[in-house]
Design a protein around this ligand. Structure first.
Ligand code: GLC
Length: 799
């Protein structure tokens, strides 16, 4: 046992005994003899906030992460004083605070410990910077697992790892490299089938140790700021993730086309090259919705300018691309070239919008354009100005999306790859150094971009992509995982990163398909596309300093495989959009790692590869060359092999065939999977029918389809269509009931039904209780039928 005296000797300071406490409506504050204060806020019965002040004064309460419309309100709050501790109850949790040393324990109402302080809160004075290094240590419970934490390229279960959050431009990173581009100081702890979450909302460099330094201890600390964390009770992993996403916010629905396929490269120029690529997509009939312009479209890498030699008439080009179904997306970086003749630079100088060093000069650093200054996006006025800069690009030229890069902020040719610590920031009027603002700089840039796009895209919806992020960034933008490499290991990394991001509230993420650095083999590209079409953001990107990385850059076999999987994505658009709706509406991650899906099955606790796409499709990437298939874990339940139809009983590991033209895909029995016809881009075709792949189950299962106009804000006024299909399978019957919500009229009223796995021969069909002639509905024999109207009940009877 480590004593406080020993630790104090090592420079750590600890709270002493509680001398008083104060109860306000939803807060209780304890004060210790040595002036430490602990404030516990009861946000919800299952969400508590703990703030510590080492000298009784709390900092101004401000957070970039916490969303304005997070849910608040609890049913019950009681406090009792016991001999050696205080105890507080909500209707779900109990918190005990020790009178002797302020250490706390959080329990469920059956008295099970969920989370318990070891040393609890302690701190070290920061001689160099002022303030404190704030620390927390807790006991890890028996067999505890840890998940979450943003883009860490490590096994999903972080037990045994120590990690750091400091957003970093990390070109060609490797497995387990840390830190990377995002800072999400949120983890999920799970033990005894029970999960809870901790969100340490501190924007300084933060550190987490999950039983790495000491076997049974989990600790987290920050280089400055406050010990300020939220505790989110499950008991399911799902409830924790949903609770965290409620606190840090959900995005609005993106335009439907953003869920299509995107093609990018550093760089497509001049205009003729861009057209060559887009024309080839149409010629080869490979669906694609978005084409990207990387930094070379600019004049000398000056943001908000065009290189007129390469792009003489951007407005015309963007319109012509749009005619052909392509949305143009352009990159915008934070570094503004120091150039007295450049309007953006001049405006920023005139208005004093650039970040400054501690002693006064502007922060100067090298990025693509050479020496640059950098807007202080933590100043609301600067964000407003930045938003306004998009007027021409969006409202006039017709660009449909903006890609914010280098916003860690990245600085070249300096050791830390970013600003020095002394750079000053406004931080919404809470002036501070870069130590505090670094992790949210990129988030605030993306926010300003989002606000500009939202304004100038109206009445359509905006689309932004960011590389750097902090918790809550999902409210404004999608993201990608940065500069990866064309290796098989990176395919593994892409998979865990995107899954981890989904568990960390940021579902709309993807990797550079095929790898950014180096050249993939055709086989690797094909395997990456097969995974990439199941990632919420689906874009091929490459650095361009090697060979090409378009779907046709390899051989015909790879081109055909690529087409097949992109087509599958376009067919699954209504399913994908419904997943997105569930994310924006309920905070449900679009991808679910197996532990999220079935935490009660201990086999899932250490699985990395398999995941559930939405609620009913199980996918597992092929991660090795020359594979004919792989071993994978099928979670509990019965699953149809998508390619073959036979049903596997889950809860076991097995070999699954998947030659180069397949990726293991399984459909949960009872699922009804909605599909659109293949289109070359979203909106190419009027959707005349909805295909429903119905996977028979003996029992019940529910499926949904969300649709709306695919863009604009009418859905917020109730103009959406949410279909709920309730399937009930019996030995010789199948009943599908349909319930419809919302005022949107889908453009089709024809349903093509594919019946998969029916154990009986159909002899009669009733639609809305009226028996209809078999010839009227059946096509190609038994498995398919077409229903030419909206129905509320389909009853299939068999022998
Ligand atoms: C960075 C980005 C990459 C981009 C390049 C040039 O490396 O991560 O995606 O292509 O800069 O803009």
């Amino acid at each position: 046992m480590i004593t406080n005296t020993e630790l104090e000797y090592k420079g750590n300071l600890f709270p002493s005994q509680i001398t008083s406490h104060k109860k306000e409506v939803d807060k209780i504050t304890f004060y210790t003899k040595n002036n430490v204060a602990l404030q516990i806020s009861f946000l919800r019965d299952s969400v508590l906030r703990f703030r510590y002040a080492a000298e009784q004064d709390f900092e101004t309460d401000f957070s970039y992460a916490i969303c304005d419309d997070a849910t608040y309100g609890y049913n019950y709050l009681g406090i009792e004083e016991k001999e050696d501790h205080f105890t507080m109850h909500t209707s779900k949790l109990e918190v005990r605070v020790s009178k002797k040393d302020l250490r706390l324990a959080i329990l469920d109402l059956d008295g099970n410990i969920l989370n318990e302080d070891e040393l609890g809160f302690h701190w070290e004075e920061s001689y160099h910077y002022g303030g404190n290094i704030v620390k927390m240590s807790k006991f890890s419970q028996e067999s505890e697992s840890f998940y979450g934490m943003g883009d860490k390229p490590s096994q999903l279960n972080l037990r045994g790892k120590r990690i750091e959050n400091w957003v970093t431009d990390q070109f060609a990173y490797s497995k387990d490299q840390d830190p990377l581009y995002k800072s999400v100081p949120f983890y999920i702890g799970m033990h005894h089938d029970t999960a809870y979450g901790i969100f340490f909302d501190n924007t300084f460099k933060t550190h987490f140790d999950f039983c790495n330094e000491r076997r049974n201890i989990t600790s987290f600390w920050a280089d400055g700021g406050e010990m300020n964390y939220y505790f989110i009770y499950g008991p399911s992993v799902a409830e924790v993730v949903v609770g965290y996403t409620d606190l840090t916010g959900k995005p609005e629905l993106p335009p439907l086309w953003t869920l299509g396929f995107h093609q990018c490269k550093w760089s497509y120029y001049p205009e003729s090259k861009v057209k060559e690529v887009t024309n080839k997509f149409r010629e080869l009939q490979i669906p694609c919705d978005a084409i990207y312009l990387d930094i070379d479209y600019m004049d000398g890498f000056r943001c908000f300018t065009w290189n007129k030699d390469y792009f003489p008439d951007p407005k015309r080009m963007v319109a012509e691309l749009a005619e052909d179904g392509f949305k143009t997306i352009v990159i915008i970086d934070p570094g503004i070239k120091i150039d007295k003749d450049y309007w953006v630079y001049k405006e920023a100088v005139e208005n004093d919008y650039f970040c400054k060093r501690a002693d006064g000069p502007y922060m100067k650093g090298k990025v693509w354009p050479g020496e640059c200054n950098f807007p202080d996006f933590t100043n609301p006025k600067v964000r407003e100005w930045w938003s306004g800069l998009y007027k021409e690009l969006i409202a006039d030229i017709g660009v449909k999306g903006v890609w914010n890069d280098m916003n860690e902020p990245a600085v070249m040719e300096v050791p830390g790859k970013t600003f020095p610590d002394d750079v000053r920031h406004n931080y919404e009027g809470n002036f501070c150094s870069h130590r505090k603002a670094h992790n949210i700089y990129g988030m605030q840039m993306a926010r300003a971009t989002y606000e500009g796009l939202k304004k100038y895209s109206f009445p359509k919806r905006p689309f932004v992509i960011t590389r750097a992020a902090y918790s809550g960034t999902q409210r404004y933008t999608s993201s990608w995982t940065g500069d990866n490499v064309a290796t098989w290991e990176h395919l593994w990394i892409a998979n865990v990163q995107v899954l981890r991001m989904a568990m960390s509230g940021m579902s709309f993420t993807g990797s550079d398909i095929g790898g950014f650095a180096e050249q993939p083999s055709g086989e690797l590209f094909a395997r990456w596309i097969q995974l990439g079409v199941f990632h919420p953001f689906c874009r091929v990107h490459s650095s361009g300093d090697h060979g090409n990385q378009e779907p046709w850059s390899f051989d015909d076999e790879v081109t055909n495989i690529t087409r097949k999987f992109i087509e599958l994505r376009y067919q699954l658009l209504p399913y994908l959009y419904t997943m997105f709706y569930d994310y924006t509406e309920n905070g449900i991650p679009m991808l679910k790692s197996l532990v999220y899906f079935d935490q009660e099955d201990p086999h899932t606790h250490y699985r990395n590869d398999e995941f559930i796409f939405g609620n009913q499709i199980l996918v597992c990437p092929i991660l090795e060359p020359n594979s004919k298939g792989r071993r994978m874990y099928i979670p509990r339940g019965n699953w149809y092999n998508y390619w073959g139809g036979e049903v596997s009983k889950g809860g076991k590991e097995c070999w699954v065939e998947a030659d180069i033209d397949k990726i293991p895909i399984f459909i949960k029995e009872g699922a009804i999977i909605p599909k659109y016809p293949v289109q070359q881009y979203v909106g190419e075709k009027e959707i005349e029918e909805l295909t429903l792949d119905v996977y028979y189950k003996l029992g019940k299962e529910e499926s949904n389809v969300f649709e709306d106009a695919g863009d604009g804000y009418d859905y917020k006024k109730g103009r959406y269509s949410l279909r709920t299909f309730k399937l009930t399978g019996k030995e010789n019957q199948l009943i599908i009931q349909q319930f419809k919500e919302g005022k949107y009229e889908t453009p089709y009223d024809c349903f093509k039904i594919n019946l998969i796995g029916l154990p009986f021969k159909i002899h009669a069909v009733e639609i809305d209780n009226v028996e209809i002639l078999m010839e009227e509905v059946m096509i190609n024999g038994d498995g398919n039928m077409t229903i030419q109207k909206e129905f509320t009940q389909l009853h299939i009877k068999g022998f």
